[in-house]
Design a protein around this ligand. Structure first.
Ligand code: GRF
Length: 203
């Protein structure tokens, strides 16, 4: 097996996608290892799970920085010193600066709880319900400077059922998030998906 890629997961909250990535990366033959979990919030629930699983954690509290540039520089330093090759955003609630995103172009991915380009931004489940969507889902995409606009790597659909509320629909979507995010990381780490310009190429 060729050398495993060193991945960092950036979180801000409970970290259930992070946990799915950590679990997947532990399996034999997975082409990436989770080398770092970094949170911008000291109280992110996911930090405890990462630490309990023996993964290095870092907290970079955005409130301690006076600009986005300074915050991103601090994150970049840590990623560099831990020799990170791939970044997975998993419920990371900070907008990264264009230069940061461009530097990591093709090596930074995100999971979003809707079928992009539908429902960019927040409250996706409530908005899907309000729109009367019959199908909803999640997307793993390459991160580009424009929010939730990057080229799509994988999507999974779920039905919207009669009587669904935000919680029931969100739970159905989350189950799919936990399935496709590890799959997308696997594909990226083994070179089966890559970004060429603004196109996703699979092989
Ligand atoms: C997920 O729904 C993800 O799609 C979105 O933020 C949520 C994070 O949840 N970007 P978790 O922290 O992974 O549990």
């Amino acid at each position: 097996m060729s050398k495993r890629k060193r991945a960092a997961i950036l979180i801000s909250g409970r970290g259930s996608n992070m946990a799915a990535l950590i679990d997947a990366a532990r399996r034999y033959g997975f082409p990436a290892e989770i080398s770092l979990v970094l949170s911008n919030r000291p109280d992110a629930g996911g930090l405890a799970f990462a630490a309990a699983n023996g993964i290095a954690t870092a907290i970079v509290d955005h409130k301690a920085f006076e600009s986005r540039d300074a915050f991103d520089a601090a994150i970049g330093k840590i990623l560099e010193s831990t020799r990170i090759e791939i970044i997975c955003l998993a419920g990371f609630m900070r907008v990264l600066t264009d230069p940061f995103v461009q530097k990591w172009n093709g090596r930074i991915i995100n999971i979003h709880p809707s079928l992009l380009p539908e429902f960019k931004g927040l409250d996706t489940h409530a908005r899907a319900l309000a729109a009367g969507a019959k199908v909803h889902g999640c997307t793993v995409h390459f991160v580009v400077p424009e929010l939730d606009a990057g080229p799509v790597i994988l999507q999974a659909e779920v039905p919207v059922k009669e009587g669904d509320d935000e919680a029931t629909l969100g739970k159905r979507v989350l189950t799919e998030e936990h399935r496709i995010y590890p799959l997308a990381l696997k594909m990226l780490a083994e070179g089966k998906v890559r970004l060429e310009g603004d196109r996703v190429v699979k092989s």
